[in-house]
Design a protein. Sequence first.
Length: 266
Amino acid sequence: MGNMVVFGSYVPLNSPIHRLDARTKLILCIWYVISVFFANHLWPAVWISFILLITLIMSRVPLRMYWTGIKPFLIVILITVCLQVLFSSGGQMYWHSGWISITSDGIKNAFLIFYRFTVIITASTVLTATTPTLQLAGAFSWLISPLKWLRVPVDKISLMLSIALRFVPTIMADIKIIMNAQRSRGMDFHQGNLITRLKHLIPIIIPLFVNSFQHSEDLATAMEARGYSLERPRTQYRQLHWHKGDTVALLLMIIADVGIGILNLI
């Protein structure tokens, strides 16, 4: 686990991205994801990718670690792309058989979906890799705090988010331990056809569920022992502070967004 960045894991470094306020990074990430959906042409997509590349370099986390951590998502992305290619219509028809057809619009949309999924997952991974879980939960709570006027349980939502982000690396570590234990018993996860490989996942899923329930029970016991209650007003030990660098980052994002709009008009 030390040579990859898993979504939800924090990499403690001293970089310009790490030093930004968690609220700034959360706003920029949401803003960036929205901007990705407005990049419908080549040059806006290149511009958005360039911005992401600069951010990756500024985070000082090795690109190899990002790539190794993102690879597990590629299976889901490729399945989505294949479905888009085979079941889309419109444009020039290249091949057709029953419900399945390959068209020019289907291929174009498949490339677009692959690009959007990859960029969004990478940007979200940068956010979690450069922001501690508690700070990210605090930023999310600050962002949705106006919803308290609508009786939305903001504190409960923030707690669920922080626990979910905290347990992603733990679950990934459990998967690695279970797979190594099964390999030591002679299990080969790459042997056989697709059905056989899916059956090989059963010895992983069952212990993983058992471990997850055990983790949740231990967490609940620890929270009860410390007198945790959502009904009482809570204070934050680690306060979020806005600096000049956060203002500069927002201004740069506005400039980048203007660039996207100009490139869309070309």
